[in-house]
Structure formats: structure tokens, C-alpha cells
Design a protein around this ligand. Structure first.
Ligand code: F6R
Length: 247
């Protein structure tokens, strides 16, 4: 069942979600979090860092798994998603580095990619699965890097990025589109849908049409986020602009 919550502003949404995550950490210190990069969760990560400084969020026993990483970039590359997470969250909270999990973007195409994807799936399983998965929403309806297609991939895999997705990521690469990798590693649809709870965030009017299709449209691989309709415990948290097409 998809529950929709609408906030006046992205800042209000971030405050409320940071509160929910801090309370979840207090109730379950060894919480396993699935995390997203992108513009949408930045205010959330800022709030969480603030909660930690104020002594309201203890990450010392928590585990994290990020959704995706560009192929060809190392963890120390400032354009990598790993570096993004370091800058926006990991450097500001007390997560243990050994409990931070990321896909390794430096693996070579072919067997190494497959091994890396299998390793990630096993690590998630060993951690007991993801308790709370945070998702953003691509303008074309992607979640993680599960792009619209005739069919979707269940498990962690390498994905070819759509031109629109590469354009949306160009700012990380100095707005030089040619520098944006064409492929990435991503959790698959089943990996995401196996999370016990999911909170999808979408803010801004550019997401409004996609939000409407995700919630009220058919479940279709042409809009991967529509598969969230099949999950028993999904919250869709929106600001007013992203919710403007909903009743
Ligand atoms: C990033 C990710 C992507 C983004 C999506 C929205 O880790 O998984 O699916 O969540 O592209 O990005 P923003 O928030 O920049 O609009």
C-alpha cells in the first residue's frame, strides 16, 4: 500500500524524515539503511548531520547500503556517488566505515561486474536485509538506476544510463555531458522491493507528472517506480509542487 504525505516545503519534509530516521535508530540501533544520492535527499542528510551533532542520532551500530555507483569511477573520485555521500552525510555522522557499503565502480566489464553485483547482494543478505530504503525519483520514473525499459532487472546489475539521466547528473561532472559515464551499477528492482520499509522522496514541480503516474498509473516497466505499488510498506513523501497533480 502506498501512503502519500504532502509537506509545504522540501525543508519541512527533510525535517520530518530526519526525525523519523533518528527515532528508528533509537528504537533499533543496528538499523540497516538503504540510501540514495541526487539533489532530493541533500536537505535530509543535512538534517541528519544536525541531529547527530545535537546528540539525537547515533549511527554507531547502523549499516548503510547505497543504491548505485557510476562505472569507471573510484570511491575517491570527487564525482563518484561515494564521494557525494562522504561529503553530505558520512563525514558528519558516526557511521563505522566498515558498515558503509557501496558498489565498486572500478570493476572491469564482464565477469568482474557480475562478481561485484553478487557480492553486494550477499552483503545485503548477510546484514539481514534493508530495514528502511530511502529513494529518490528520476524524472523518467527510474529508481536507483533502474531505467524505463521493456523489461526490468531483478537483482544488482550494470545499467546503461538514459540520455535524460546522464543530463541530470551532468552537474557532478562540471556540466560536461561527455564526461558523464554511460553505465552504472545499481541495485535491481527486487533488491529494492525486498526492503522492509521504503520512503520515496520527490520535490519540485518537474517530478509532478511522474509522481502522478507512479501512484495512479499502471504498474509498468516503462515507469519503474510504479512497481512500488506492489510493496506492502511504502511512503511517498512529497512537497506541494511535486504533489500538484494529485487530488
Ligand atoms: C541516486 C538514485 C537516483 C536518484 C534520481 C533522482 O542514487 O538512485 O535514482 O534518486 O535520479 O535524482 P534527484 O534527486 O537529483 O532528482
Amino acid at each position: 500500500m502506498t501512503r502519500v504525505r504532502i509537506f509545504d516545503t522540501p525543508a519541512g519534509l527533510a525535517r520530518a524524515l530526519a526525525g523519523r530516521i533518528s527515532r528508528a535508530l533509537a528504537a533499533q540501533p543496528a538499523l540497516v539503511l538503504g540510501l540514495a544520492t541526487g539533489k532530493t535527499p541533500i536537505p535530509l542528510y543535512r538534517e541528519l548531520a544536525g541531529h547527530h551533532v545535537a546528540g539525537r542520532a547515533d549511527f554507531s551500530r547502523a549499516t548503510t547500503f547505497n543504491l548505485d555507483e557510476f562505472l569507471g569511477l573510484s570511491a575517491t573520485d570527487p564525482r563518484s556517488y561515494r564521494a557525494f555521500m562522504q561529503m553530505h552525510l558520512f563525514d558528519h555522522v558516526n557511521l563505522s566505515p566498515r558498515r558503509i557499503h557501496f558498489l565498486d565502480g572500478t570493476v572491469r566489464p564482464g565477469r568482474e561486474v557480475q562478481r561485484e553485483c553478487d557480492r553486494y547482494e550477499r552483503a545485503i543478505e548477510r546484514a539481514g536485509g534493508i530495514d528502511l530504503q530511502i529513494l529518490g525519483l528520476g524524472m523518467n520514473g527510474h529508481i536507483g538506476f533502474n531505467e524505463p525499459a521493456r523489461s526490468l532487472v531483478a537483482r544488482t546489475h550494470s545499467a546503461r544510463l538514459k540520455p535524460a539521466t546522464r543530463r541530470a547528473n551532468a552537474p557532478l561532472f562540471g556540466n560536461h555531458l561527455g564526461a558523464v559515464p554511460r553505465e552504472a551499477l545499481s541495485m535491481g528492482m527486487a533488491t529494492i522491493l525486498h526492503a522492509k520499509r521504503i520512503v520515496l522522496l520527490a520535490t519540485g514541480s518537474t517530478k509532478a507528472r511522474c509522481v502522478e503516474r507512479m501512484i495512479a498509473g499502471p504498474v509498468t516497466p516503462r515507469l519503474p517506480a510504479s512497481f512500488l505499488q506492489l510493496h506492502p510498506n511504502v511512503d511517498v513523501w512529497l512537497d506541494r509542487a511535486a504533489a500538484r497533480n494529485l487530488e
